[in-house]
Design a protein around this ligand. Structure first.
Ligand code: GTP
Ligand code: MG
Length: 212
C-alpha cells in the first residue's frame, strides 16, 4: 500500500477557510484587528485561482476568463482573527473610467490604512512581470515597509528553464528593494510552488502550525 501523502500543515489549516464578506468600500471591511494578508495584482494575473488552489477549494474565490471578475474586496476567514483578502485586479481597461478610479481609490485606501495587514502577495503573470501597476505596488511596499511575496504565476505556460530565467531576472531587478521581499514561481493549474507559498502564509498569519 502506498504511504499516505503528508499534507503541508498550512494547507490543512487553510482547508477550513470560509467566505467572510465582500466590501465595496472601506467602511464595509471587517474590523481592522487580528491579522490579514492580501492578494494583489493586475486583472487576470490569477489571484482568485491562487487563493482557491492554496485553500484547496474550487469555488471559494470566483475566477474568470474575463478580466475584471473580482470587483470587490473579498474577505475570507481562516479563523476568528486571521483573514485572506482577494483584491480586485488593477488595470482592467474595459470598465468605465469612473468605476476604475473608484476601485483604485478603495484599494489604495485599503493598502495604506489597514493596520492588520501583515503582508502582500503580489501576483504577476510570469510572461509579463513588472508592469506599471506592479511597479507601483512594489514602490508602495518599499515605502510602507510592507513585506511582499511575489508569485510569478501561470508558470505552466513556460518551459521550466524559461520560467526559472524570468525568476532570476526579476529577482535581480528587485535586488535593491529596501523592505522584506521574496519571490517564487507558481502555477494554480499545475500546483507548482504551493509549499513555498504555504510557508510564507503560515509565517505572516502566524498560524499555529504543529511541528512534528
Ligand atoms: P481578476 O479577478 O479579474 O482581477 O482576475 P484574477 O487575478 O483573480 O484571475 P483569475 O484567478 O480569475 O484567473 C484568470 C484566468 O487565468 C482564468 O481563466 C484562470 O483559469 C487562468 N489561470 C489562473 N491561474 C492559472 C495558472 O496557474 N495557469 C494557467 N494556465 N491559467 C491560470
Ligand atoms: Mg479575481
Amino acid at each position: 500500500m502506498p504511504a499516505p501523502v503528508k499534507m503541508h500543515p498550512v494547507e490543512q489549516i487553510l482547508r477550513q477557510i470560509r467566505f467572510d464578506k465582500s466590501a465595496q468600500n472601506l467602511s464595509q471591511c471587517p474590523p481592522d484587528d487580528g491579522s490579514e494578508i492580501a492578494f494583489a495584482g493586475r486583472s487576470n494575473a490569477g489571484k482568485s485561482s491562487a487563493i482557491n488552489r492554496l485553500c484547496s477549494q474550487k469555488t471559494l474565490a470566483r475566477t474568470s476568463k474575463t478580466p475584471g471578475r473580482t470587483q470587490l474586496l473579498n474577505f475570507f476567514a481562516v479563523d476568528e482573527s486571521r483573514r485572506i483578502v482577494d483584491l480586485p485586479g488593477y488595470g482592467y481597461a474595459k470598465v468605465d473610467r469612473s468605476t476604475r478610479d473608484a476601485w483604485q481609490k478603495e484599494i489604495d485606501g485599503y493598502l495604506s490604512g489597514r493596520e492588520c495587514l501583515k503582508g502582500l502577495v503580489l501576483l504577476m503573470d510570469v510572461r509579463h512581470p513588472l508592469k506599471d501597476f506592479d511597479q507601483m505596488i512594489i514602490q508602495w511596499a518599499a515605502q510602507a515597509n510592507m513585506p511582499l511575496h511575489v508569485l510569478l504565476t501561470k508558470a505552466d505556460k513556460l518551459s521550466y528553464s524559461a520560467a526559472k530565467n524570468t525568476l532570476l531576472k526579476t529577482s535581480k531587478q528587485l535586488a535593491n528593494h529596501p523592505a522584506p521581499l521574496s519571490m517564487q514561481l507558481f502555477s494554480s493549474t499545475a500546483s507548482t510552488g504551493c509549499d513555498e507559498a504555504w510557508d510564507k502564509i503560515g509565517e505572516w498569519l502566524d498560524l499555529p502550525v504543529a511541528t512534528a
